[in-house]
Design a protein around this ligand. Structure first.
Ligand code: HXC
Length: 257
């Protein structure tokens, strides 16, 4: 497929999607979002892909939705929907996603990172929800995912002031999984993705689904999701192999990975 706003590549079982609008700090144009969601869905449907990295440039992961494309929109246009492409495909898929964030992750860029399972940050990363400065609010999930990630008071501080958080504060707040030296970001992302992709895929997808249930549901409902998935994994060959290999003191040879 020919893309104009992203670059895709695969190495073994790891796919990488690189946002590529350097002239606009990877602002999320409709074309970029459509291409990103479609590429991710394609990798999600590919049994040979076990993890997906989403990254930007050294200067910017993504500086938000494309402000210049929103200039003349009106209430009725935006309310009617269809102004922005749907993120559904990315939010619902079960292949693990890693956001590798260097530089700015602002507005929709921060929200895109929060749609991923793991956020790795270069020590030069800057996170923020600056929409308030434009007279709007986050629109790709920021008011919901940020409080779940960093708590009510940190989230309100970010959303109401529009200030940026550096990588160190983001890690301390629980917004990022790990901070690494910027020069090592992509290597660490690839190693992490390869590690995940080496695990038995049915268990990986069950784990991601159960983790998502933790954000969506009450504790008792989430525990039920976990219980059913845990039991279901005993119907997989990879469970048999994984546990036998341990008992026989040998390395597991998983079928689905
Ligand atoms: C369109 C953008 C852009 C954006 C940067 N650019 N961010 N274009 N949309 N979100 C463009 C600039 O216009 C400029 O183009 C070029 O990228 C380089 O940016 P500069 O501003 O010159 O760089 P710098 O001075 O280093 O400042 C970097 C920055 C700043 C602090 C990241 O660009 C900035 O504040 N950007 C906007 C961040 C933001 O408000 N994001 C939230 C968007 S709203 P030219 O052509 O002049 O060189 C949002 C809502 C999501 O995300 C939900 C929607 C439903």
């Amino acid at each position: 497929t020919e893309y104009t706003a992203i670059i895709t590549e695969t190495h073994g079982r790891v796919a990488t999607i690189t946002l590529n609008r350097p002239e606009a700090l990877n602002a999320l144009s409709n074309t970029l979002i459509t291409e990103l969601v479609s590429a991710a869905a394609g990798f999600d449907a590919d049994p040979n892909i076990g993890a997906i990295i989403i990254t930007g440039s050294e200067r910017a992961f993504a500086a938000g939705a494309d402000i210049k494309a929103m200039l003349d929109l009106e209430y009725a246009d935006v309310l009617a929907g269809g102004v922005f492409p749907s993120w559904d495909g990315l939010e619902r898929m079960l292949t693990p996603t890693i956001a590798a964030v260097s530089g700015f992750a602002l507005g929709g860029g921060c929200e895109l990172a929060m749609m991923c399972d793991i956020i790795l940050a270069g020590d030069n990363a800057k996170f923020g929800q600056p929409e308030i400065n434009l007279g709007v609010i986050p629109g790709f999930g920021g008011t919901q995912r940020l409080p779940r990630a960093i708590g009510k008071y940190k989230a309100a501080d970010m959303v109401l002031t529009g200030r940026m958080m550096d990588a160190e504060e983001a890690e301390r707040s629980g917004l990022v999984s790990r901070v690494v030296p910027a020069a090592e970001l992509l290597d660490v992302a690839k190693q992490t993705a390869e590690l995940i992709a080496s695990k038995p895929l049915p268990a990986v997808k069950a784990a991601k689904n159960a983790l998502q249930a933790a954000e969506e549901s009450s504790l008792s409902e989430g525990l039920r999701v976990e219980q059913i998935a845990f039991a279901a994994l005993f119907a997989t060959e990879d469970q048999t192999e994984g546990m036998r290999a341990f008992a026989e003191k040998r390395e597991a040879n998983f079928k689905h990975r």
